[in-house]
Design a protein around this ligand. Structure first.
Ligand SMILES: NC(=O)C1=CN([C@@H]2O[C@H](COP(=O)(O)OP(=O)(O)OC[C@H]3O[C@@H](n4cnc5c(N)ncnc54)[C@H](OP(=O)(O)O)[C@@H]3O)[C@@H](O)[C@H]2O)C=CC1
Ligand SMILES: O=C1OC[C@@H](O)[C@H](O)[C@H]1O
Length: 365
């Protein structure tokens, strides 16, 4: 019989809606029979918004789904196994901590916290309370990523040499309110924390996770151009050097909030080929593998394409359900070490680029 995981949803914003919509899709459509998902509680700062959210998702007739005008009531609901945290970045720490203290498992949106110290504190609390914790790095669980990993790690193209990855978005920053989460430093605004996780996940998959790397951390160089509108980072670049005896490879990553991404969003060059990942890089539906001859000319090209129902946010939820069912405290695909590496890199890039969040916003320093 399928294992049922009962979800409490924290906040009623854009991504919560997308996530719940996906959770409601029959797992059989993606050939999954071992786990199923059920929404049992939705918490908002306003009870009206919680009710409207439930209504808009067609759940108003389901007596098992409770609407709450506070987040605490969701954490304290005995019919909730796991909390999905989808508030703005700088609230992830306090919302996740409250959930953990109520002994709930947690799936927390990216970026997992504002900084590495907050994440370390959360992981200690999760361990102490015996609960599962994962950053919602949904890209890592896409069928395209799983297939990419097989090819990348197999060695059929040789070792990876460079990763170029960009995720940008034109947020029309001149014309949106300064309080929008992408512009407001109080909400952790800017390109790095919002978009940075996605170019980085490709560097982590291709280089950090490569068997030849053996878990070695990279050296980090970062550069930030801030917008005078609010002082958040507008254009940010990161260079990561993975340099040890078995692997010498470099990732060049970038993200911007005032231009659109180009296609392909990611190119990974190997000793004997390349993989070009289609945009959007957070949920790519295809990639192209190129095989080179000795002179670097393309001898063969193969495309891999992937289709499924919905947006594909349920693949990470299936992983959460399996981990909780099997009493695992973290995922083997997107474990705590990778979120820690992400936050260490972002801390260092913010330090080098001189981007500090306003006093008091980072809860642990
Ligand atoms: N995985 C993905 O593809 C995506 C992930 N995200 C991540 O999800 C998080 C939320 O993003 P998104 O849904 O776009 O954001 P929204 O602004 O659409 O929603 C955030 C929600 O958080 C709640 N909230 C609590 N405190 C505040 C506050 N002080 N200001 C504003 N809202 C607050 C509100 O819900 P309420 O009023 O109900 O309490 C609000 O609706 C971000 O961290 C982002 O990085 C975002 C987009 C895509
Ligand atoms: O997670 C995300 O993915 C898509 C982007 O458009 C969005 O700003 C970001 O939060």
């Amino acid at each position: 019989m399928a294992y049922q995981l009962r979800w409490g949803i924290i906040s009623t914003g854009g991504i919560s809606h997308q996530f719940v919509k996906d959770l409601l899709i029959d797992p059989n459509t993606r050939n999954v029979q071992d786990v199923i998902h059920k929404i049992t509680a939705v918490g908002s700062r306003s009870i009206e918004k919680a009710r409207e959210f439930i209504d808009n998702l067609g759940l108003a007739g389901d007596k098992d789904v409770k609407a709450y005008g506070s987040y605490d009531e969701v954490y304290n609901n005995a019919d909730v196994d796991v909390i999905y945290v989808a508030t703005p970045h700088t609230y992830h720490y306090e919302n996740s901590l409250d959930a953990i203290k109520a002994k709930k498992h947690v799936l927390c949106e990216k970026p997992v916290t504002s900084n590495c110290a907050e994440l370390r504190s959360l992981l200690a609390a999760a361990k102490e309370n015996g609960v599962f914790f994962m950053e919602a790095m949904w890209t890592r669980f896409q069928p395209s990523s799983l297939e990419f990993k097989k090819i990348s790690d197999s060695g059929e193209l040789g070792l990876p040499v460079t990763v170029h990855a960009d995720l940008s978005g034109n947020f029309n920053i001149e014309n949106i309110p300064r309080t929008h989460r992408i512009l407001d430093p109080i909400l952790g605004g800017g390109a790095l924390l919002d978009l940075g996780p996605y170019p980085l996940v490709w560097a982590i998959m291709a280089l950090y996770e490569n068997p030849a790397n053996g878990g070695t951390k990279p050296t980090i160089t970062g550069s930030i151009l801030k917008t005078p509108l609010t002082g958040v980072d507008c254009n940010t670049s990161i260079t990561l050097n993975f340099n040890q005896s078995k692997l010498a490879a470099q990732a060049v990553l970038s993200c911007s909030i005032n231009i659109d991404s180009m296609n392909p969003g990611v190119t990974i060059r190997y000793e004997r080929g390349a993989i070009k990942v289609a945009s959007p890089i957070f949920v790519p539906k295809s990639f192209v593998v190129q095989y080179f001859d000795e002179k670097g000319a393309v001898t063969k090209e193969k495309e891999r394409a992937f289709e499924y129902v919905g947006r594909g946010m349920y693949f990470q939820a299936d992983e959460v359900a399996r981990c909780i069912r099997d009493a695992q405290m973290e995922s083997s695909l997107w474990g705590h070490d990778k979120s820690l590496l992400e936050m260490e890199i972002f801390d260092e890039v913010r330090k080098q680029g001189g981007y500090e969040l306003p006093p008091g916003v980072e809860k642990v320093l």
